[in-house]
Design a protein around this ligand. Sequence first.
Ligand SMILES: [Zn+2]
Length: 379
Amino acid sequence: MVKIFVSSLSVFLLTIAAVRAQTPIVIADYPTINEVPPINSPEVQAWLKEIDLTGAPDLPLHKGAPPECPNPPIPDECYWTCDGCAGDDITACAAPNTWGLTFDDGPSTATPTLLNFLKTNKVTASFFLIGSNVIQYPETVKREVTEGHHLASHTWSHHALTTLSNEQIVAEMKWTEKAVMAATGLRLKYMRPPYGDINNRVRFVLKKLGYIPVDWTGDEFDTNDWRMPTMSEDTVIETFTKSLDAYVASPKTKGFYCLEHDVNAGTVAVAQKLIPLGITRKINIASVAACESDAQPYQLGGTAPMPSANGTTPAPTGAPTGATSVGGSTPSSPAGGADGAKVTPTVSAGKTGSNGAGQVAAAGISSAVLAMVAGAMLA
Ligand SMILES: [Zn+2]
């Protein structure tokens, strides 16, 4: 008991220390919101000098937002959205009977409502953050850390990474890393590619930067929240309920990661209906850090002490550390994203209109919403 208390206390103190390590974010010091950052800036040039991209797979850049699948397929590309090849990406929560809860595309003005809900239900999640949004809502990112959630990267501008050069991928990842470091003192370690768009070239660059890609566990665990309002909320709930029931009826030797978003009021509203479906089915709910039992869910080199994991709740038997359990004991939450279904990738976000660096807040959200609508239309 004492041990648990001390452990929880140390995690609490570490997270507080992390949040205090932030430095003020000046938006003008960052690239244009929702646009691929230029690679000729002093910052990107310095980052490029830190890594060796020699040996990167020589694969052609794809075109489109999201890209169309190459026909015929390119040998050895291992292109997840097109051929289902995940390489060494993480595609399932390592803990049995566990819902790896992830939210992509935030933070947004809707995120605080989600955080309130997660707190009330004692559930922790991983947030795959868009750097352009982080600089607009740094206080929300800080709150995510102090409330035990795990932070991960979703790139700076939410462009499909297979369409970008190796150097542009570095710029997307490092600017996001810098923004989160400024907000929290923590250096991100896990990432999710927008639209699930990843191949061996992208993987090579990510690995050089120390990132571990986390895909979602197949189309059945895409909550389809990004299809709303074209798809009704009722259909989203009904479809996902079937996926949960099928999972409960399976051996459940591994957990799963969903695709889900905290990008607007609609996705946050449906999240509050989906998560209880997991809880009532006694599925544990956990962040990526907890799913993977990663005691160091951030890269070394941050400016703050590294929290030992996300969540301060001791794990029940069979549940990952930090998992919340149902009925007050352990459960879970959904994850997922509107990054577009693996098969029918969503439109790239934001791409609907770029916002100048000076235009903040609401701009990012509205472009994300437009992107989702566009994505739904495409799907
Ligand atoms: Zn996304």
